[in-house]
Design a protein around this ligand. Structure first.
Ligand code: TYD
Length: 221
């Protein structure tokens, strides 16, 4: 029998390209599984068959450009489906959900950098996400030069996606946008410097979670 957290626990990971989110999600997942805590690993845009279809459309590097509002609505369409079919049912069962990107990405990529007024993003947020806000958000912070080099090495000969191919300036603003969000919402958002080795970053994440949630206590590395 797997352990359940009474209301579930919704943890999101954010950061620029190549910050190591998927590695850290995999490591946290392994630790939670080792404790028999039922955990779902998912991502945005995507996470359900319907939302993955929308993801393919959004990230298609060859499609015609879309105006910023249309693109933002596509992210929220994917999110609505993801919440309805995966995130809310999992949390209702008391499971842990680890999500690679969520609303803070929209706030920064589309809101701060994408010319959609923040008030529009907030309205969509109230409509689509409503009460299902993350319990905690971990921002993995690295200089964009490093992140882009990692993303490019990972990609190999594949074409850069819609956002990877933006300028260095864009990625610097992106980093600042996430740090500004963290400053405004320090109760929910934890910033972790992510240039160090994978294991020490994993341990730091665990310790930060342990300081907030009983679930992680007593299982220190
Ligand atoms: P992905 O390949 O998953 O990027 P990463 O590995 O960096 O997470 O592609 C998702 C891209 O979509 C990424 O560049 C960030 C962007 N994005 C937004 O612009 N708005 C959003 O709301 C979300 C969830 C992602």
């Amino acid at each position: 029998m797997s352990a359940r957290v009474s209301q579930g626990l919704f943890i999101t990971f954010e950061g620029g390209e190549g910050a190591g989110k998927s590695t850290q999600i995999r490591r946290l997942h392994a630790r939670l599984e080792a404790l028999s805590i039922k955990t779902h690993v998912t991502r945005e845009p995507g996470g359900t068959p319907g939302a993955e279809l929308i993801r393919a459309l959004i990230l298609d590097g060859k499609r015609p450009a879309l105006d910023a509002l249309t693109e933002t609505l596509l992210f929220y369409a994917a999110r609505a489906n993801h919440l309805a079919e995966l995130i809310r049912p999992a949390l209702a069962k008391g499971d842990v959900v680890l999500c690679d990107r969520f609303s803070d990405s929209t706030r920064v990529y589309q809101g701060v950098l994408g010319a959609v007024p923040s008030v529009v993003v907030e309205q969509l947020e109230a409509l689509v996400v409503a009460e299902t806000k993350p319990d905690v958000t971990i921002i993995l912070d690295i200089p964009p030069e490093t992140g882009l080099a990692r993303a490019s090495a990972r990609r190999g000969s594949h074409q850069a996606d819609r956002f990877e191919s933006e300028t260095l300036e864009f990625h610097k603003n992106l980093r600042q946008g996430f740090l500004d969000l963290a400053e405004r919402d320090s109760d929910r958002i934890i910033v972790i410097p992510a240039l160090g080795n994978e294991v020490s970053i994993e341990n730091e994440i665990w310790q930060k979670l342990a300081s907030r949630f009983p679930l992680f206590q007593g299982h220190r590395a």
